[in-house]
Design a protein around this ligand. Structure first.
Ligand code: GDP
Ligand code: GDP
Length: 447
């Protein structure tokens, strides 16, 4: 298996060769204080805290005076970035971000290739303002680094790890893989039917259910497989919130334990099913749990159980739907489903929606796609100018998934009114199919 490759790119004199030397360990590349010294592209085998990869240094085609990237350097950089599994983009934190850095960043954002941004020459405190400026390049948070002094090596290691790790068979279970078990929690008020539902899903009597509140298994979670509509087996890890609670005898204690259980389950889960009792409708307590799930950034599905005995089904359904949309102001359109844990009706649809919801919750959007949307969104509805001061949003990146989280950079974007932020969040939701999973947007205005 060939070694993964890492390219070192950046404008002249930011420290590419110095970094190359540090990674490769031998003085293979020439370091010179004079910019413009012509060098060939150098390659070597690097070892960073045990992580092995091939590294390419693109230094050598440079012309400090050029206002834009000279042709040869551009071609060289582009080829390296395309070839590499990940690129290290260096800026000089002492010199700050230059127009040339911005030009390279703009191009990188359009390529969708993985990039790790490094603010080099950041030893001591000299590079602080450069680090802040680099945040605005729209390529994620820079790693403060010193190629000369070897500072920041652990952070670099962590940033590279996901891109250059080779041993796929031995890699730990990757939560982001679509094959990873769906972590599902079923929460809800006592008697909503959680235990009955879990039993039904598992297809066997693993837990004792019934109004008599007996003793159940203490298992925290149970693994099983759901057969999807195409006949495929999908792994599920289900947390049981009913078990502990059932042991309690005193009513008061029961409620307390139930809350603790619920919080723990939410913490564990990717997708939370909030089970309602259709014979009781939506209660304040349910809305509180739903709100909590969304606040914790988990994907939420609301399921009305006991649909087999529901009366005036359609008006009940519409009433709950309306109350949810009013009660959960932060996210509209949370899926509302109906099931019967006793007959099993609706459970396959529930599982299908749970997997789809996790896909949305885990989705990553490339910076290129994001910014093509972003430009259209700004054009369709330009941001306001509070107090006559223009807000100039520049670009968006997704810094996290699970839940999808975005960072918006630009001048004075921290002053964007909530209504405008909501406009952007709803736009993201629609454009990239995030459905009703929580979407987060943070604002960064470099000073
Ligand atoms: P390249 O043109 O990007 O390959 O840059 P070089 O590696 O040739 O470095 C340019 C200059 O910056 C040299 O004088 C290096 O000694 C200096 N340099 C590189 N890394 C650092 C660093 O971490 N801190 C400081 N203070 N200087 C550095
Ligand atoms: P939990 O406290 O949420 O775990 O609820 P249980 O699973 O213990 O169920 C409480 C009661 O509701 C039991 O008497 C169940 O038989 C009943 N129940 C649960 N699901 C359904 C359903 O889909 N239809 C009907 N008719 N009754 C149900």
């Amino acid at each position: 298996m060939p070694l993964p490759t890492v390219a070192i790119i950046g404008r002249p004199n930011v420290g590419k060769s110095t970094l190359f030397n540090r990674l490769v360990g031998k003085r293979l590349a020439l370091v010179d204080d004079q910019p413009g010294v012509t060098r060939d592209r150098r390659e070597g085998e690097a070892n960073l805290l045990g992580l092995e990869f091939r590294v390419m240094d693109t230094a050598g085609y440079e012309d400090e005076d050029a206002a834009t990237l000279p042709g040869r350097m551009r071609a060289q950089t582009e080829a390296a970035v395309r070839e590499a599994d990940v690129s290290l983009f260096l800026i000089d934190a002492r010199a700050g971000v230059t127009p040339l850095d911005e030009e390279i960043a703009r191009w990188l954002r359009s390529t969708d290739r993985p990039v790790v941004l490094m603010a080099n020459k950041a030893e001591g405190r000299a590079g602080e303002s450069g680090i802040l400026e680099a945040m605005a390049l729209g390529l994620g948070d820079p790693i403060p680094f010193s190629a000369e002094h070897g500072e920041g090596v652990v952070d670099l290691f962590e940033a590279l790890l996901p891109h250059v790790e080779r041993d796929e068979e031995e890699a730990p279970e990757d939560d982001e893989s679509p094959d990873a078990p769906l972590k599902l929690a079923i929460v809800g008020r006592p008697n909503a039917g959680k235990s009955t539902l879990v039993n039904r899903l598992l297809g066997e009597e693993r837990m004792i259910t019934g109004p008599e509140a007996g003793i159940t298994r203490d298992s925290i979670s149970v693994d099983w497989e759901w057969e999807d509509f195409e006949g495929g087996m999908r792994k599920v890890r289900l947390i049981d919130t009913a078990g502990l609670r059932k042991k309690a005898r005193v009513e008061e204690k029961l409620e307390k334990l139930s809350v603790m259980d619920t919080l723990r389950a939410i913490d564990f889960a990717e997708v939370v099913v909030l089970l309602l009792d259709a014979t009781r409708g939506l209660e304040v307590q349910d809305l509180k749990i739903a709100d909590r799930v969304l606040q914790e950034g988990r994907a939420l599905i609301i399921v009305m159980n006991k649909w087999d005995v529901a009366e005036e089904a359609s008006s009940l359904f519409n009433g709950v739907k309306k109350a949810l949309d009013e009660g959960l102001a932060q996210v509209k359109g949370v899926p509302l489903l109906t099931v019967s844990a006793v007959t099993g009706k609706g459970l396959d649809t529930m599982m299908k929606v749970a997997f789809e919801t996790r896909d949305a919750w885990s989705r990553r959007v490339s910076t290129g796609q994001l910014n093509r949307w972003f430009e259209r969104a700004l054009e369709a509805n330009p941001p306001p100018a509070p107090g006559g001061k223009r807000i100039k949003p520049r670009y968006v990146t997704q810094n996290k998934s699970r839940p999808p989280s975005f960072v918006l950079f630009g001048t004075r974007v921290d002053l964007l009114p909530v209504s405008y932020q909501r406009y952007l969040i709803n736009g993201l939701r629609k454009e990239f199919d995030f459905g009703a999973v929580p979407v987060r947007l943070s604002l960064r205005a470099p000073r």
